[in-house]
Design a binder for this molecule. Sequence first.
Ligand SMILES: Cc1cc2nc3c(=O)[nH]c(=O)nc-3n(C[C@H](O)[C@H](O)[C@H](O)COP(=O)(O)O)c2cc1C
Length: 416
Amino acid sequence: MKCVDDFRIRLAGQDHVPIMIGGMGVDISTSELALEAARLGGIGHISDAMTPTVTDRRFKTQYVKTKLKQYKHNVHSADKAVVQFDLDQIAAATRMHVSQTMEAKRGDGLIFINCMEKLTMNAPRETLRVRLNSALDAGIDGITLSAGLHLGSFALMADHPRFHDAQLGIIVSSLRALQLFLRKSAKLRRLPDFVVVEGPLAGGHLGFGLDDWKKFDLALLVREIRDWLDAEQLAIPLVAAGGIFTGGDATTFLESGAAAVQVATRFTVTDECGLPTDVKQAYFRANERDIEVNGLSPTGYPMRMLKNSPGIGSGIRPNCEAFGYLLDSSGRCAYVDAYNQELARHPEAKKIKVLDKTCLCTHMRNFDIWTCGHYTYRLKDTSRQLTDGSYQMLSAEHVFHDYQYSRDHHIALPAA
Ligand SMILES: Cc1cc2nc3c(=O)[nH]c(=O)nc-3n(C[C@H](O)[C@H](O)[C@H](O)COP(=O)(O)O)c2cc1C
């Protein structure tokens, strides 16, 4: 019987352990977590979601304070069009986040950055261009394009000297999305170096409809895309993602033609993961009925999360002057609209509740929206319960090696 270690993914002319730890914003997939994946010979991701906030926390920069000071006059206005990001600051924050991570890299693995198109930042093209090119400037090994079709993203990097040697890939949840992307990228004579096929059981935002995600199956999606690529004679490595919980699950995908797997949920309860300890314990404790896919994200994509996330229902004032990552090109965000409607309905209320959307920037920044994969309820089976009722935290190395070496769906528990 085979295990993941019997396979390798070839990227950048080198073989790697075919385990990618997926990007988890905002700084849930920390540098420390990505660095462990690389040290162990696999591929780790940092995220470029809200990098100014992340560098403020990690390196004591003051980007958020500076932006808030500049736009403080606008906090009570429903119109957020004026709240623009300073592109030089975005570039500096991205370079700092990436270069500090890359300088610390040890081992043969790779570190990629997850870049979500849906972070439209009130100037989608300009801010995305700066984020992508700054990550390349700072030496990132590769970029994974996510949460969006990214039809223009390759063109935004085409003039960068590293456009052809950095590993560039995209996450898709349908053959159609991949076909659209490939049609665009062919014009630049640049195919993606890898394609992540993400199924409906993943954490974060889903590339399916709120009503139909249950109808899809990762294995079928991978096969459909693999067959089409073969027919087109396109040798692009496929990475399967979403609900791959054991080494045995991963091996099954590798045996049926995936070049690697992307996994995330099992790493949310590791020391290196950026979630606060009490949130990691909430993930451990979760039962199946505690997890839902809902339409609360202002991005318009369905999102999976724990039902007891403190951010759900909260009616806080939008924080776009400090954050504003989801403002579209005309300065609008579905949460800002929902908040203002609620405020108009209850003009006298001291505190309001907003039930249909959430202020995702603020709540992700504060770890108050607990997004998670479908199998989060199985995390308790991957550790030991301690005498005080809490669960023993795992190391990223332990989980990585469990994926790499375990057979037959066996899950290794940590040493007591
Ligand atoms: C807590 C959490 C946050 C996530 N955040 C992001 C994100 O910011 N961008 C993204 O493309 N995918 C995100 N994902 C999806 C993962 O990168 C990954 O593809 C997926 O969760 C793999 O499935 P698994 O969690 O069942 O292993 C997130 C997943 C989790 C669990």
